[in-house]
Write a protein that binds this ligand. Structure first.
Ligand SMILES: [Zn+2]
Length: 320
């Protein structure tokens, strides 16, 4: 690891990508989006604060504009989607250490209580007593572990364009013989008032589109609407410019040169992926529409967290 660390040196931009900060016990929704427990997140931020120089998104965009010099080992902390636990569990940890953060919001889900389809699907698989059913998209299947089948079904739904996501998840509830998720999801995502409150305490906000589609599956007109309208909604709600976005899902299959062009045209100055980082500053300057990030997961212990920060994830992905 010391070798990897030396390879990257100080000449790198590190962006961490979190989703939820939560305990996994008694969790009712899609567990793979828990990035860390509150205690684990605090330990990670202690490492970040001692080994790196946290920057805000404003520092990053000012650097892109040529108005700011980045410190050595700059690090930007980001969260995707808009979960309320970012406020209850991450914000206190960040405030205590004076670490700024950037939260990418899928604006259709803010203040509406509407569940993300992966949470609805995981909820149904946890609730059902069935272990075999004729499922939408997958057809007749049997399973033993609800977690395994829900991950498989969610992945299949992401990759199909033949059925709408809301429609498919409602069909799933029917196939699994459970009631459609409504009130049980209350309070899982942020309200706009909570977003503004977080803004006063060191959070900045970027777009994560309106409805969290995979942008490469949309027509150009649909993708442009997702990009433009979500940015406009954020600016209306926050009363300030919004210059950044994270592509939903974020893998190499989830953005392309057309998406990058539309993103730029919609007024964004920087776009973030989930292609493993860190990145060289010259790469970010050359293409600020495909900035790499490091994704964190609940089972990342301290050792793996340090390895990821050292750049092991990018090296591993370049070999596979
Ligand atoms: Zn997302």
């Amino acid at each position: 690891m010391a070798g990897i660390e030396r390879f990257w040196g100080g000449d790198r931009i590190t962006v961490l990508a979190y989703h939820r900060i939560s305990q996994p016990e008694n969790f009712r929704f899609f567990e793979p989006v828990i990035s860390a427990t509150p205690e684990g997140f605090a330990r990670q931020m202690d490492i970040v604060a001692t080994r790196f120089n946290p920057i805000s998104v404003h520092d990053l965009t000012a650097w892109l504009d040529g108005r700011f010099d980045l410190p050595k080992r700059p690090i930007l902390i980001t969260f995707d989607d808009g979960y309320k636990d970012n406020m209850s569990n991450a914000l206190p940890v960040l405030c205590e250490r004076e670490i700024p953060a950037l939260l990418f919001l899928s604006t259709d889900f803010i203040g509406t209580g509407k569940p993300f389809f992966w949470d609805a699907a995981a909820f149904y698989f946890r609730r059902t007593e069935l272990r075999r059913a004729d499922l939408p998209i997958l057809g007749p299947v049997s399973w033993t572990e609800p977690a395994t089948i829900s991950a498989e079904w969610i992945e299949a739904l992401k990759r199909t364009t033949s059925v709408g996501r809301d429609e498919a998840t409602e069909q799933l509830a029917a196939a699994l013989n459970v009631p459609v998720l409504r009130d049980a999801y209350a309070g899982e995502t942020l309200s706009w008032d909570e977003v503004r409150e977080m803004g006063k305490q060191g959070f900045s906000f970027g777009s994560h589109t309106l409805s969290h589609p995979i942008l490469t599956q949309l027509s150009e007109a649909e993708a442009a609407a997702e990009l433009q309208k979500s940015r406009q909604r954020l600016m209306d709600e926050l009363g300030e410019p919004v210059r950044t976005i994270a592509y939903p899902n974020g893998t190499r299959a989830d953005f392309n040169p057309t998406v990058e062009r539309l993103t730029k045209a919609a007024g964004y100055s920087a776009a973030f992926t989930l292609v493993p980082g860190p990145a060289r500053p010259r790469e970010v300057r050359a293409n600020p529409m495909t900035i790499r990030r490091i994704s964190l997961y609940l089972d990342d212990g301290e050792r793996r967290f340090r390895a990821k920060l050292a750049g092991a994830g990018r090296i591993k992905s370049s070999l596979s």
